[in-house]
Design a protein around this ligand. Structure first.
Ligand SMILES: [Mg+2]
Length: 382
């Protein structure tokens, strides 16, 4: 069995946990410091209840709720919390992997009483970090992720052979990872409305109408394979971060801001481990570009977030579209090597000094106190 642990309103919950004044209040986390000129990165449940959600311009959110609390996103805090949660989960002794900054999976094999184990995990996370998680339990990764969304927030859902069909019948097929609006329209035309309809189709049927994508979906839905926990190897092979937006967006500023935030997170993580990468991989998912992935190999390894982001943007251009609608994105760096050279050129020295100082300031002051202006530029151009 796989346990999928999804933190509830992660960034917003962390801010509320750290600052008790924000607890119980509608709160948004913005991608930049200016409260009226940013986009909502995360909304607390109190804000969600008013109809505020990620992807919305903050000005619109403030119109809905003038008393909205605002915090600008602080990547170092979220990475730290994510790493601490991952350590806590590994303490349970099962194979564990982080699926994204706020989602984790554990392969609990045939451990009896998975629901009470999930309760125990929720309790420990809450006691340690004062934030909540929703947990889905199922025979494979994809269904466990789906289950984690069913009783949000702070919920548990177990998909057993007995209740599987009953639950899948209630979930629209478009809620499944990998099913964008285009696929979901196609599915609807084939009479497939719910996850159960999809689950019951044969692999040959899905291949006939959806090609390889259909076959993959079949395999993911029906697999009982244990997930690959190789990400947890002591020797880091890749460093990546991904994020799923609550709905597809083609807002250039918002997408670029997220691309920059993910690149910043990846770069900071590489620098923490004194690593540099030669391969940069961008993964995108959206209705027009389902499961798009491409990479670039660099001449020289880098751990400079700005450079990583520039390459990610160039890869994005390979979609052949100015700004495709995007639902989820991920930036991963691989072909890693230890940084053991001294900067040769003055420009390189200056740049490295700048990054080190930025990392130090952010580590010390916590808040995303020092901030790459390129995000502002990206938004002005849009
Ligand atoms: Mg989450």
């Amino acid at each position: 069995m796989i346990l999928h642990i999804d933190m509830d309103a992660f960034f917003a919950s962390i801010e509320q946990a750290i600052n008790p004044r924000l607890k119980g209040k509608p709160l948004i986390v913005g991608s930049r410091e200016s409260r009226l000129h940013t986009v909502v990165c995360a909304a607390s449940y109190e804000a969600k209840a008013m109809g505020i959600d990620s992807g919305m311009p903050s000005a619109e959110a403030f119109k809905i709720c003038p008393n909205l609390e605002f915090v600008s996103a602080d990547q170092s805090k979220y990475i730290w919390a994510s790493e601490q949660i991952f350590e806590l989960l590994k303490g349970y002794g099962f194979e564990a992997a982080n699926a994204s900054i706020d989602e984790f999976q554990m392969d609990i094999k045939d451990t009896p009483g998975p629901a009470s184990l999930a309760q125990e995990i929720q309790k420990e996370i809450h006691q340690t970090f004062k934030i909540t998680a929703s947990i889905g339990i199922a025979k494979n990764s994809l269904l466990a992720k789906l289950a984690s969304k069913i009783n949000k927030p702070n919920g548990i859902a177990v998909l057993t052979p007995e209740n599987l069909e009953q639950i899948l019948a209630k979930v629209p097929a478009k809620k499944l990872r990998g099913v964008g609006p285009k696929t979901s329209l196609l599915l609807a035309s084939l009479g497939i409305e719910t996850c159960l309809d999809l689950y019951k189709k044969s692999p040959s049927f899905l291949e006939q109408f959806l090609g390889k994508h259909g076959l993959n979906m079949y395999a993911e839905l029906h697999s009982t394979e244990h997930f690959d926990a190789s990400k947890d190897d002591s020797e880091t092979k890749s460093v990546g971060h991904s994020y799923t937006l609550p709905r597809a967006s083609e807002n250039t500023g918002f997408i670029r801001a997220w691309l920059r935030l993910l690149s910043e997170m990846v770069g900071a993580r590489l620098r923490q481990q004194n690593l540099a990468a030669r391969t940069i991989h961008l993964w995108l998912n959206g209705p027009e570009i389902p499961g798009f992935g491409a990479q670039r190999t660099l001449q020289e390894p880098t751990n400079d977030s700005y450079e990583i982001c520039l390459h990610a943007q160039r890869i994005m251009a390979k979609t052949g579209q100015k700004m495709p609608k995007i639902r989820a994105m991920g930036v991963t760096c691989s072909t890693l090597s230890k940084v053991n050279y001294l900067p040769l050129f003055n420009e390189q020295k200056r740049r490295e000094g700048l990054l080190k100082t930025m990392d130090k300031i952010n580590a010390k002051l916590g808040d995303w106190s020092i901030y790459p202006a390129v995000i502002h530029l990206a938004r002005q151009k849009s």
